[in-house]
Design a protein around this ligand. Sequence first.
Ligand SMILES: NC(=O)c1ccc[n+]([C@@H]2O[C@H](COP(=O)([O-])OP(=O)(O)OC[C@H]3O[C@@H](n4cnc5c(N)ncnc54)[C@H](O)[C@@H]3O)[C@@H](O)[C@H]2O)c1
Length: 301
Amino acid sequence: MVTLSGKVAVVTGGGRGLGLAYARSLAAAGAAVVVNDVDAEAAHTAAKEITDAGGRAVAAAAAVGSAEAAQALVDEAVSSFGRLDVMVTNAGVLRDRVLWKMSDDDFDTVVQVHLRGTFTCVRAAVNRLREQGEGGRIIVAGSPAGQRGNFGQTNYAAAKAGIAAMTRTWAMELAKAQITVNAVIPTAATAMTRTIPAFAPFVEALERDGTPLPDALRKGVGFGTPEDVAGLVVYLASDASRAVSGQCIGIGGDKLSLWSHPQEVSVAYADGGWSAEAIAAAWPVSVGQRPETYGIPAPEL
Ligand SMILES: NC(=O)c1ccc[n+]([C@@H]2O[C@H](COP(=O)([O-])OP(=O)(O)OC[C@H]3O[C@@H](n4cnc5c(N)ncnc54)[C@H](O)[C@@H]3O)[C@@H](O)[C@H]2O)c1
């Protein structure tokens, strides 16, 4: 039995979608939860639902991104529940545009919430966790777009790739303090994904009359409900995952996966180094022979 009894967690963007599923499941497993959202009503409704069900939760409305908002969430955990054990940085927004139409504001908004919000919240949490000296859990939100790149998502893919890079960096820096850091790479039906044309009719049927998502989605694509993702967050928040750190873990529908990390897949050497001409001659027959693929393939349904 994985239990979080006695632990205190913060979930950013916990008012709806995946964050709400995380907050509910963490509370159901015994954790006290600070439910953050920029939408104050959503945060309060979520916290009330958890306390009405017998769990422990408080709402903390704030726009994640700034150092002040991050500190306020950690302070809320400490003032309401006495400590902090788990920081889940889940808050997110999309501003999808192809590169040539993407404004500075589209770029900055997404980077502010995802990349800076993850940095500031984790830094504030880690300062508290190091002070407590009893280890802790950092769970951040990656995305297939950050692992592979995705059409129309310059800002989002960059932020999510940065989050994966921070995960690997922090896993190194925080190992001694017994603080684990892992990225969840989810795929689930939420406001963020229900407009994807290939998924839309299935999500609509699920919402209309509970028609289960077909195996082609649950197993093939690994696309399910937010609740399908929450078990991984509870596991990563628990003592059972103490040996797991620095990983990007995919989950969705019936599928659980481990993402590879970038590494050199092919090397070549030239005595004295490589001129442009030497690279041009060697490329097709050496390191360029099997170029890496990129992008998220369109789902086949
Ligand atoms: N749904 C998926 O399939 C999927 C796939 C890959 C990654 N993700 C990631 O998972 C996370 C949750 O996504 P979701 O699908 O549940 O999205 P969602 O849009 O359903 O929920 C996001 C929540 O974050 C809140 N939020 C937005 N900006 C905020 C801010 N500055 N401060 C605090 N709260 C803020 C929103 O109000 C909302 O409640 C995101 O980081 C997203 O990038 C989701």
